[in-house]
Write a protein of this length. Structure first.
Length: 277
């Protein structure tokens, strides 16, 4: 069997699961579609702010807000040209663009970070940081390709005479948070299920002592309303389902099977282009 890749990340697996054709364009043909995005910059900066808090128990809110201001100034996210371009693209793809000004993003991040200490203490009593941005580069069963990733956050909490661990991924979201369908979406859940498995195996920790999930950082302006824990069931059945997804992706890519999923076209950058008609 020919191995096309030394390693695979979950973001690549998910991309393939949503649309094998788009995966081919991005990961096989290496078409570059990267554009500066306020959502991307906001997510990265908020992640950094959360990581700093976990490691130091300090909130650097003004520093985080300054980084957001600098990103908005550098990339012109409030400029008329940017707004016009996004509006035109949304119309082309069949949806309506809503612009949020810099002041909104600053209020959101201030509420999120101010909410974090109380949320962590209430949700994970006695928590201690184990690791942040923990790298994973592990072997997969019966597959020569390795699994690669970075775990946003691993904490431990006291439990009887030992510790329980949480594998957590931060996710920024709109003010409503995730719908029930989104929370139950296995393509989303599989990320932390696999992270838990590989991290626990690497560190010889019993799976029953590890839980996993997502912490949503919702874009709201009220302190105490931003953070939400989305628990993920990660038992043997869901683990095997997750591993099967990875194996299927690798096998179909090796066989050069790249089908188009027309249900994933709405926000695709290749929609109505020469790459996908």
């Amino acid at each position: 069997m020919t191995v096309l890749k030394e390693h695979v990340s979950y973001s690549e697996v998910r991309q393939w699961k949503e649309c094998p054709w788009r995966h081919k364009l991005l990961y096989i043909e290496k078409l570059s579609t990267f554009e500066e995005s306020p959502h991307l910059h906001y997510g990265t900066i908020v992640h950094d702010g959360c990581e700093h808090f976990l490691k130091t128990k300090e909130l650097k809110i003004e520093e985080v807000k300054q980084k957001i201001k600098e990103a908005w100034d550098e990339h012109g996210f409030d400029s008329e040209d940017f707004i016009q371009l996004q509006t035109q693209r949304a119309q082309l793809q069949g949806w309506k663009y809503k612009h949020n000004k810099l002041k909104d993003w600053l209020q959101w991040v201030e509420a999120s970070l101010n909410s974090l200490p109380q949320f962590m203490n209430d949700t994970f009593p006695g928590w201690e940081i184990v690791s942040a941005e923990e790298p994973i580069y592990e072997n997969m069963e019966n597959i020569p390709t390795k699994f690669k990733g970075y775990i946003d956050c691993i904490i431990k909490i006291p439990y009887k005479d030992r510790y329980k661990y949480w594998v957590i991924d931060w996710k920024t979201s709109n003010g409503r948070g995730w719908s029930l369908d989104k929370q139950r979406d296995f393509n989303t859940q599989a990320q932390v299920i696999l992270y838990k498995h590989f991290w626990g195996t690497k560190n010889s920790i019993e799976m029953k002592d590890i839980q996993c999930g997502f912490v949503l950082l919702k874009k709201v302006k009220t302190i105490g309303k931003s953070c939400q824990l989305i628990k993920v069931s990660s038992g043997p059945k869901n683990l095997e389902k997750s591993r099967k997804m990875v194996r299927s992706m690798i096998k179909t890519v090796e066989k050069k099977l790249f089908l188009k999923n027309r249900n994933s076209c709405m926000f695709c950058e290749f929609k109505n282009t020469d790459y996908c008609r």
